[in-house]
Design a protein around this ligand. Structure first.
Ligand SMILES: NC(=O)c1ccc[n+]([C@@H]2O[C@H](COP(=O)([O-])OP(=O)(O)OC[C@H]3O[C@@H](n4cnc5c(N)ncnc54)[C@H](OP(=O)(O)O)[C@@H]3O)[C@@H](O)[C@H]2O)c1
Length: 279
């Protein structure tokens, strides 16, 4: 195994993260390509080698991190910790009336490897959780709405919305004015998928109108966010630098090596990306 350098002989397998077209064009003998992350949207604009399976990471230690991040964001909003932090800064002792979890149903856009794991943590502390996927899930332990026809019905059932979709042509700007309008008033957005899922102007308009109470954003169109971006100072939006679920070296290598060995034995592996649907 080696780090690729221009002029190297062709490899049998490649591990990539946002590879260059130059690298892909230099690989006529690949048997498979492993993507060192869960999302493969960075590959969409590239000419991929024909008939070479692209295999993405499945969980590999990301699900636990995502659960921590999302549960923290849900509880931070629900228990009004932002308001208590502001009160603390003013030395103000002012308990607020308790909220009811029944008034804060959580909805997860995307019920894949990460969405299914993340759904469990709010349930464990008493929230109602529903999800939305492309295909029906009759066997799921929670209600899963499926397909574009049921998206509005799903959103109407939700106050705290978590985005865990892959970025594809059909999910770009899925977090838009129509979606925010459908949520229960005073909704809350947690975007841990990709920046391009969000129509930022629609978010700001929904915050201004009170339709949304706030947002926690981990992903952005432009990363890092420029220092002059007003989002840094918007107290309604909590910003983190794309850290909700990092690729963990040990777990990722273990998963890739396991799948590589299976392929060498002629066995099928999971996590093969359907490049036509984009995830
Ligand atoms: N911020 C971070 O640090 C970070 C880290 C890791 C991953 N991510 C993001 O999380 C995403 C999800 O990862 P994953 O491993 O859970 O992916 P996954 O297992 O492929 O799950 C994707 C889910 O989205 C659903 N979906 C896809 N297109 C849809 C559409 N048009 N309408 C409705 N549902 C749709 C799928 O429906 P079906 O079940 O019907 O196929 C599936 O439930 C990644 O693509 C990546 O963008 C972010």
């Amino acid at each position: 195994m080696r780090a690729w350098a221009e002029g190297d002989p062709p490899s049998d397998y490649a591990v990539v993260w946002k590879p260059s077209q130059r690298f892909l064009d230099s690989q006529p003998a690949l048997r498979a390509m492993f993507n060192a992350g869960a999302g493969v949207d960075a590959l969409a604009c590239l000419r991929l080698p024909k008939n070479v399976p692209v295999i993405r990471l499945e969980d590999a230690g990301m699900a636990e991190q995502m659960c921590e991040y999302v549960l923290h964001a849900v509880l931070h909003h629900y228990r009004e910790f932002d308001i208590y932090a502001a009160q603390e800064a003013k030395r103000l002792w002012a308990p607020r009336p308790p909220r009811r979890k029944a008034d804060y149903p959580v909805g997860i856009l995307g019920y894949g490897v990460l969405g299914q794991a993340v759904a469990k943590s709010p349930i464990s502390v008493g929230f109602q959780v529903v999800a939305w996927a492309r295909t029906p899930r009759a066997d799921a332990p929670i209600r899963v709405y499926s397909g574009d026809d049921s998206r509005v019905e799903f959103l109407q059932a939700v106050r705290i919305l978590v985005c865990l979709l892959p970025l594809t042509p059909s999910t770009r700007h899925v977090l838009n004015a129509t979606a925010f309008e459908a949520l229960r008033r005073g909704g809350y957005l947690i975007n841990v998928a990709r920046g391009a899922h969000l129509d930022r102007d629609a978010l700001l308009a929904a915050l201004d109108s009170g339709q949304l109470a706030g947002a926690t954003l981990d992903v952005f169109d432009q990363e890092p966010i420029p220092a002059a971006d007003p989002i840094w100072k918007d107290t309604r939006i909590r910003v983190t630098p794309h850290i909700s679920a990092a690729t963990l070296r040990h777990e990722a290598v273990e998963q890739i090596v396991g799948k590589l060995r299976a392929l060498e034995r002629g066995e099928a592996v999971t996590g093969v990306v359907a490049t036509d649907r984009g995830y």
